[in-house]
Write a protein that binds this ligand. Structure first.
Ligand code: 13P
Length: 248
């Protein structure tokens, strides 16, 4: 089954020369890679144009790591989804726990971003899993509910959830296969309550948090994730390509 493998490059490749080395190595790694899966990379916003141009002839989709909830106007420092779209990107990560933490983004902010992304025909990848309280289930439930209750059944086909337990990000630790599967089923049950069983079975749910080549098969096959959101390992073109190679 086709999976979605997304690299979140975060605020890295700080200089143009680092960016160019990365792109060169990635092109080499992916030149002979045959995969039925969808590969995507989300570079820093200022590099979006470069990435869409460099990878235009390769099966690598490009996405942004965030956007604003309006299309234009006096919003200093923010990026319009329309700009992201016109640069050739196809998806945008929203609600990452690092944005919730450092930029104080709320569930309401994230719902607004999802609305504008759907209008702009960009696919939102909605991160859930940040522990606002001690109860992770409760936190995930609130984060998912605001989306499912504010968007239509048709919208559910055009968005993706990514379950990212905050403690697993960058720690080298992952939940057990059963724990990931339980959370994926929990998210499906929330979708089902509003949109029905069929929609819930089809909504794409990724897993993110210390994904590497060694655990990607377990995550996608035994925990039934529809793909992965990769942080650190995507900073190495070789490791990122290995993740794609592991998935048969
Ligand atoms: P790591 O893969 O570095 O744990 O990061 C996961 C992540 O935050 C992806 O969005």
């Amino acid at each position: 089954m086709q999976k979605l493998i997304v690299g979140n490059l975060k605020m890295n490749m700080e200089s143009v020369s680092q960016r160019d080395t990365y792109c060169k190595e990635l092109k080499e790694e992916f030149a002979d890679l045959k995969t039925e899966h969808v590969i995507a990379l989300c570079p820093p916003t200022v590099y979006l144009e470069h990435f869409t141009r460099i990878f235009s002839k390769m099966p690598v989709n490009i996405g942004a790591q965030d956007c604003f909830w309006e299309l234009y106007g006096s919003y200093t420092g923010n990026t319009s989804p329309k700009t992201i779209k016109s640069l050739g990107a196809e998806m945008v990560i929203v609600g990452h726990s690092e944005r919730r933490k450092y930029n104080h983004e709320t569930n309401e902010d994230i719902a607004q971003k999802v609305a504008i992304l759907l209008r702009t025909e960009l696919m939102p990848i909605i991160c859930v899993g940040y522990m606002e309280s001690d109860d992770e289930m409760d936190s995930v439930r609130k984060q998912v509910e605001i989306i499912v209750q504010n968007f239509t059944t048709d919208d559910m086909e055009n968005l993706v959830f990514a379950y990212e337990p905050v403690w697993a990000i960058g720690s080298g630790k992952t939940p057990t296969t059963d724990e990931i599967h339980t959370m994926i089923m929990f998210i499906r049950s929330i979708v089902s309550a509003t949109h029905g069983k069929e929609v819930a079975e089809n909504v794409a749910i990724l897993y993110g948090g210390s994904v590497v080549a060694e655990n990607v098969t377990e995550v996608c096959t035994n925990a039934y994730a529809d793909g992965v959101l990769v942080g650190r390992a995507s900073l190495s073109p070789h490791k990122f390509a290995q993740i794609a190679r592991m998935l048969k």
